[in-house]
Design a protein around this ligand. Structure first.
Ligand code: ATP
Length: 354
């Protein structure tokens, strides 16, 4: 799709989106509630009439220019939405074979059973939807969408009604099937971890626009702005001015040579970026970094640290340390930074005033 705009009355829900999904590629639309993900998916599906821009499937073979509407059933797309209802009077197998017109019955059954098998639902082929849990119904809806071998799968929060343990397995199975079938997939989620797991590329959206598009690694390791950093988890925010190519912070100098001297900078430090080591003795003088509180979260420990910089400034920070690491309250510590988890941006006031 290119240059897609969409408004509901005076509300501009999608504001100029360009997006491509290659065959076999999984692209996740990620972003906070109300940023326009579902609207974009519904436009691709033909459930919303295109207002501005263009949508095409397979290199323009089924182009949908502005002013013309191609209904969902005429597009070669498979839809599985959060609330995709199964036909209650049809069995699981009949639900999946429903869209397979023009093929001999044994072939339809074979294909449907194959997909149900891959999604762990073959044993329920003769069951009816009311006999299934929400998660099982979602898997059947997915098999039904995949059965006609669409060019593009459109999935809206397909794992949202599953509990955490089941979700991991079904995500795994779904990704496996999508890759095997080789359809391009556009998947909507608001969960960054889900997007990182499922996506070849993520389009992170805010207020109707794509803020950054790239592989999970590109977005996580090279975020283009503070919104992208914060979307992937909690961060410690420190501020300072660029002097001699660095910003001085209470946890040491952070390189910022690409910013002009004197620029006010926002330093974003992931809790994982802080390496904490205990000191036997407090350092000389009476101001030193120390632990305020330590909590075990399971696979990691969360430390609340009061950091004192060489410049006398103080900051309260969260550090996340793998495993069980629970120093006592008041324990003096040294803090080291992993620079790959620290990001520097000109502070908003600087950008606004520029
Ligand atoms: P969520 O994650 O909560 O589903 P989203 O990113 O999918 O959010 P959309 O559902 O695309 O967001 O909605 C984008 C904006 O458009 C929101 O402000 C929403 O309230 C508005 N909106 C969506 N559908 C309609 C509609 N049919 N009529 C009016 N406004 C709508």
């Amino acid at each position: 799709m290119a240059g897609v705009y969409h408004a509901f009355g005076r509300l501009a829900a999608v504001q100029g989106v360009d997006l491509e999904v290659a065959p076999g590629e999984v692209v996740c639309l990620l972003g906070p509630s109300g940023c326009g993900k579902t609207t974009l998916l519904r436009i691709a599906a033909g459930l919303e009439v295109l207002q501005r821009g263009s949508v095409s499937l397979t290199g323009g073979a089924t182009a949908v220019p502005h002013g013309r509407h191609l209904p969902p059933e005429k597009r070669n797309v498979g839809l599985a939405f959060q609330d995709s209802a199964l036909f209650p009077h049809l069995s699981v197998l009949e639900n999946v074979t429903f869209g397979l017109k023009g093929e001999p019955v044994p072939q339809r059954r074979k294909r449907a059973l194959g997909l149900l098998e891959q999604l762990g639902m073959a044993a329920y082929a003769e069951a009816y939807p009311h006999m299934l849990s929400g998660g099982q119904q979602q898997r059947v809806a997915l098999a039904r969408a995949l059965a006609p071998a669409p060019q593009l799968m459109l999935l809206d929060e397909p794992f949202s009604s599953l509990d955490a343990r089941l979700r991991d397995r079904i995500r795994d199975d779904t990704l496996h099937v999508l890759k095997k079938v080789g359809a391009g997939t556009l998947l909507v989620t608001h969960d960054p971890e889900e997007a990182m797991f499922m996506a070849d590329r993520i389009a992170l959206m805010r207020e109707g626009r794509i803020v950054q598009m790239g592989t999970p690694r590109e977005l996580y390791c090279h975020p283009c702005d503070p919104f992208v950093v914060t979307f992937f988890g909690e961060v410690n925010e420190l501020n300072g001015e660029v002097r001699d190519g660095c910003v001085q912070t209470p946890v040491g100098p952070v390189g910022a040579g690409w910013l002009a001297e004197g620029t006010r900078a926002q330093v974003m430090v992931r809790p994982e970026a802080l390496r904490i080591t205990e000191r036997d003795e407090p350092p000389e003088g009476h101001r030193y970094s120390h632990v305020i509180m330590a909590k075990l979260l399971g696979r990691s420990s969360l430390l609340h640290i009061c950091a004192h910089g060489a410049d006398g400034r103080e900051a309260h920070l969260h550090a996340r340390v793998p495993g069980v690491f629970l120093p006592a309250e008041g324990q003096p510590v040294d803090i080291h930074l992993d620079p790959s988890q620290v990001f520097v941006f000109p502070s908003r006031a600087t950008v606004a005033g520029a």
